[in-house]
Design a protein around this ligand. Structure first.
Ligand SMILES: [Zn+2]
Ligand SMILES: [Zn+2]
Length: 715
């Protein structure tokens, strides 16, 4: 059990003002611990084991499955580019990794040297740290009094162009550790020559190099850097480059180290490829769900409510409702039961599940019970006392739920089950809360509260294969309906050499085989990753490619042999004896927030009719036909169509333009003639003028298009 003595020592609150301080401290403590946990998690992604928790307590599924998704996203090329603030600190590359650098990475890393040369020419005092190639480009971290802004980019690029034009060779020089240290002390590393101040980060980086490893410098022109390479031949190779952005980053990703300026750039073998890349970025910017969400009035985030907490505006809520209705209908067909559970639960519940206290760093701070809080406040207790009391259970408390499973488990456990009742499938659009670091919040994709399309299946080991396949069937149907056919799945399997797994090896074999067969049945590409499963069960992740080729990691189907143990769940078998059910957690679309964010970008706000917040807009040419327009509106609304009338005095051209800007699929232009004939002149957002047709006929088709959830217009 962790205790927080240091907290009390640093920040002993005065007795009278105990209560407010307690909270302040608890939150910052959470924040700090979150960072620590996160670092570990990143390494975990690279397959290194850096867990500080005992293996048996680590693996509470859902945090992992949530993290898996979010971090995979963050590490995707696009995630990086749109969220430059996130830390990209990586462990130092090994020599072997360096030798495996692709030609493009080599080029980009060399361009980082070109950037560094330019920076030193412009600001000779600059202290350079590291400059690796990253997805889509490179960066160099620099400490500098001058705050670099976009206005400096042209100047930096001009200087870089000169370095490229000089076509300096990159020359390697192997030197002794002592020599390198001497140069660093005299400020020569990451610089154009000796300086008054030592190259402080290079000294630190030098100390990171293992004793037995060769130490080398790379020089281009006057610029010398500590680097193990490899590079391209000459600076002249780095012709097609661009300085992209600047962000803040802690040295080595460590909050307690200096804050540096991270200058991002990109470089391609030729101008054409660079231009194509810039075009793709522009396309991504056009589709950015934060921008479209604002323009189309779908959602907002209000500082007064809280960062990372999405407020769904009426139009966004309509999209969400349409999606939820669709998913619910599919689940109903498959025998799921919908449940509702509260947004909080007792700490004890999460003690049993293992989410508390071991994952508290990534959750909102616990809510102490009212009476206990008042009593402690009167006694003037310190934050450490409160925190430790909550952690060890001497103070009762609640938690905003970080996941829905414990609640669903309690619904299952509330009744006795026979093998004949199984599988039990409990579904809920369940809202959960997680403490994401504020620097990493953004739009709908990185949030602190979100609603999962969650469900938990309790089944016998023999039923598992069928259940997994059914889960994939839902994904197939929903992706198919949304026209997203380009997706793949990743299977995380156990490491056959390890004995850390709960559940019998026979069951694992069966479960893994079931995942494999289900993936094959799905017909999508899939990859198997041995050793990537959590200790409690194998899983499937879904990765979908959007309209412009970016990959989004969505949700998971996770087999779990652990929670049924921890909660001591049973069913009565045919032998009349108690047996342990297997649990499946599945939230294939992750969260409604994230999925909607993806859809906004995928469709560029132009949702298929059934998902559009406004499906039809009637555009009267003059006031004289306003009554007919109102009657059409009423007739369509009565049949469940989301329809409005543009009653503004604007000219018809402006009305059409506005409707298109709002991405309304169908516009019904209504003039005197149409009103008299009972027709409407139909325009579609993408297809343009579709000609006149009887109003009733239009209504019939659009109602069908919506009900059948067509992806393209039927008219
Ligand atoms: Zn280098
Ligand atoms: Zn779950």
């Amino acid at each position: 059990m962790k205790t927080y003595q240091s907290c009390r020592m640093i920040h002993m609150p005065s007795r009278r003002r105990a209560a407010p301080k307690v909270w302040q401290m608890t939150f910052s403590m959470n924040f700090l611990l979150y960072r620590i946990f996160q670092c570990g998690n990143r390494k975990e992604e690279k397959g290194e084991s850096v867990r500080s928790l005992p293996e048996s307590l680590r693996g509470v599924h859902a945090l992992n499955f949530w993290r898996g998704g979010f971090f995979a996203f963050a590490n995707s090329a696009w995630g990086r580019l749109t969220n430059a603030r996130m830390s990209e600190h990586k462990e130092r590359k090994t020599l072997e990794e360096r030798h495996q650098m692709s030609d493009l990475e080599r080029l980009r890393h060399s361009c980082a040297h070109v950037l560094a040369t330019a920076i030193c020419r412009l600001w000779p005092d600059a202290q350079l740290a590291g400059g690796p190639a990253v997805d889509n480009g490179f960066y160099y971290d620099v400490e500098l009094d001058h705050r670099i802004s976009t206005e400096d980019f042209e100047r930096i690029e001009e200087e870089m162009k000169k370095v490229v034009k000089e076509n300096q060779p990159f020359q390697k020089e192997v030197i002794s550790r002592a020599e390198a240290m001497k140069m660093a002390e005299s400020g020569e590393l990451g610089a154009l020559g000796p300086r008054n101040t030592p190259s402080q980060f290079k000294i630190d980086l030098l100390n990171d190099i293992p004793e037995d490893e060769e130490i080398s410098l790379y020089r281009n022109g006057d610029f010398t850097d500590l680097c193990a390479g490899p590079h391209v031949g000459r600076t002249g190779n780095c012709k097609a480059f661009k300085v992209m952005s600047v962000a803040s980053a802690f040295y080595k990703g460590d909050k307690n180290r200096p804050m540096l300026q991270r200058i991002y750039g990109t470089c391609f073998p030729n101008r054409t490829q660079l231009d194509e890349h810039l075009e793709r970025l522009e396309e991504a910017r056009r589709r950015d769900h934060r921008k479209l969400g604002r323009e189309l009035g779908l959602f907002c985030i209000d500082e007064a409510v809280g960062q990372g907490l999405i407020l769904w505006k009426p139009k966004g809520a309509l999209i969400r409702r349409s999606l939820q209705d669709f998913i619910t209908q599919e689940l109903d067909k498959l025998g799921y039961s919908q449940v509702y559970t509260p947004n909080i639960g007792k700490l004890d519940l999460y003690r049993t599940s293992g989410h508390f206290p071991y994952y508290q760093e990534s959750q909102y701070a616990p809510i102490p019970e009212r009476d206990a809080m008042e009593k402690l406040s009167q006694e003037g207790a310190s934050c450490a006392e409160l925190f430790n009391g909550l952690a060890d259970g001497t103070i009762e408390g609640y938690m905003l739920k970080p996941m829905n499973c414990p609640h669903h488990i309690k619904i299952y456990a509330n009744d006795a089950h026979s093998y004949r009742d199984l599988p039990v499938r409990l579904a809920e659009f369940g809202t959960v809360y997680r403490w994401e670091q504020s620097g990493e919040l953004g739009g709908m994709t990185r949030v602190r509260g979100f609603t999962q399309d969650d469900a938990h299946i309790f089944c016998t080991p023999d039923q598992l294969a069928g259940e997994i396949r059914q889960c994939l069937g839902i994904v197939k149907t929903i992706f198919g309906t949304l026209g997203m056919t380009d997706y793949r799945v990743r299977l995380s399997m156990r490491d056959p050499e390890s004995d850390k797994y709960v559940g019998s090896p026979e069951n694992w074999d069966k479960a893994e085989q079931a995942l494999r067969e289900a993936a094959e049945w799905l017909g999508a590409d899939y990859s198997e990753e041995a050793g990537e499963a959590a200790f409690y069960g194998p899983k499937i992740d879904f990765i979908v490619r959007d309209a412009i080729g970016r990959e989004w990691q969505l949700g998971t189907v996770q087999v779990d042999y652990n929670l049924p143990e921890r909660f001591d769940l049973h069913y009565t078998g045919a032998d009349n004896k108690p047996h342990r059910p297997v649990m499946v957690h599945r939230a294939p679309f992750g969260s409604m927030e994230r999925f909607t964010g993806l859809l906004i970008e995928h469709f560029e706000g132009k949702f298929p009719t059934w998902l559009s917040p406004e499906q039809v807009r009637v555009l009267p040419i003059s006031d004289k036909v306003m009554d007919v327009a109102a009657a059409h509106r009423a007739a369509l609304a009565a049949r469940g169509v989301r329809v409005t009338v543009d009653e503004t005095p604007d000219k018809i051209g402006a009305k059409i333009r506005n409707a298109r800007l709002d991405r309304v699929p169908y516009m019904l232009v209504l003039g005197q003639r149409e009103a008299e004939e009972g027709t409407v002149s139909v325009r579609h957002r993408d297809k343009g003028d579709l000609g006149a047709m009887p109003f009733e006929q239009f209504a019939d088709v659009v109602v069908r298009e919506i009900a059948e959830r067509h992806i393209s217009p039927m008219i």
